[in-house]
Ligand binder design. Structure first.
Ligand code: IPE
Ligand code: IPE
Ligand code: MG
Length: 240
């Protein structure tokens, strides 16, 4: 393939990233894990800006899983503080950046202040269409499906839905990712080869790119490399 052809290729509409490796990045430097998360937040800012430059329409990032509460209180509160800081900054720069925010996950377990920041970021950015960032916060793919099934069952109980009408599209509409196209590309840095409860419903036909770089070191060149790898894949969707 010529270089021209390669640059002609549009990036995926939707890229999802498991932002992993912050702890190991910090350990290698003799720093506290929280310092790794702070560096990870910088990597996120860099990557989100670059995605906007490339014209990626949706960027979904795994920031905190339903399993991450197992970590020390110090680490969890450090991550929550960084998230609140980022959201305050995003709210301040909203008119300049035009990023649309959505949050996937059960926000009810977050602190009232963090939840308020999420809801404000979501409602104030709703009119923007340049790039949409979906933050997965207290997110678990199984938890998302359980909450969707409960919401559907409640609608059945109230006479608003009929089990006979259930389809893949209808179930999708009850998920946190309602109205968001499935990601074409999922990237996991840090060298781990698993999905860790990330978007199980939405990624059945996504292309996965696993990379050895630790998330805080993730650069625009790494994203280019992942997109190039994506373009090399032959996507068949079950066809011959
Ligand atoms: C990802 O980095 C951030 C979160 C899960 C919140 P880790 O903190 O999991 O980093 P490693 O995997 O321990 O290196
Ligand atoms: C997945 O990473 C969650 C996030 C990146 C937010 P983990 O570090 O929690 O996953 P495991 O423990 O390696 O599977
Ligand atoms: Mg990890």
């Amino acid at each position: 393939m010529s270089a021209e052809n390669r640059t002609d290729r549009r990036p995926p509409r939707h890229i999802a990233i498991i932002m992993d490796g912050n702890g190991r990045w910090a350990k290698k430097r003799g720093l506290a894990r929280t310092a790794g998360h702070a560096a990870g937040a910088e990597a996120f800012r860099r990557t989100a800006n670059y995605c906007r430059t490339l014209g990626v329409e949706y960027l979904t990032v795994y920031a905190f899983s339903t399993e991450n509460w197992k970590r020390s209180e110090e680490e969890v509160s450090g991550i929550m503080t960084l998230l609140a800081r980022y959201l305050r900054e995003a709210l301040r720069d909203m008119e300049k950046n035009h990023v649309r925010f959505r949050f996937f996950g059960d926000l009810s377990r977050l602190s009232p202040e963090l939840r308020r920041l999420c809801l404000e970021a979501q409602s104030r950015s709703d009119e923007y269409h340049e790039v949409q960032v979906n933050f997965c916060l207290n997110y678990g793919g199984r938890d998302e499906i359980v909450r969707a099934v409960k919401a559907f069952a409640q609608d059945v109980r109230e006479g608003k839905a009929d089990p006979d009408d259930m389809t893949e599209e209808l179930l999708s509409s009850y998920l946190d990712s309602a109205n968001v196209p499935d990601p074409e590309l999922v990237i996991r840095p840090s060298g781990e080869l698993r999905t860790s409860n990330f978007l199980p419903w939405q990624t059945v036909y996504s292309e996965f790119v696993f990379m050895n770089v630790l998330w805080p070191d993730f650069s625009p060149e790494d994203l280019d490399a992942a997109i190039e790898e994506y373009h090399r894949r032959n996507r068949r969707f079950g066809g011959a």
